[in-house]
Design a protein around this ligand. Structure first.
Ligand code: SF4
Ligand code: SF4
Length: 59
């Protein structure tokens, strides 16, 4: 599984960053960015939290 981000959909709201307890994500230039993918536990909280369907876990 890998994190996939659709930057066209991302509004930079930061909800996924707040949802992630592993500090995998950050907001940079008003868009979400993966900064620490090694720490991702694939819990799916970021995907659940995003109202824009801009971030998802993918095979
Ligand atoms: S929750 Fe969705 S729209 Fe908000 S910053 Fe994260 S990916 Fe972007
Ligand atoms: S799947 Fe979980 S650990 Fe990985 S970035 Fe999303 S919230 Fe963080």
């Amino acid at each position: 599984m890998a994190l996939k981000i659709d930057l066209d959909k991302c509004t930079g709201c930061g909800d996924c960053v707040d949802a992630c307890g592993m500090e995998v994500l950050a907001i940079e230039d008003d868009k979400v960015k993966i900064i620490n993918e090694e720490e991702c536990t694939e819990c799916g909280l970021c995907e659940d939290e995003c109202a824009e369907d801009a971030i998802c876990l993918e095979d």
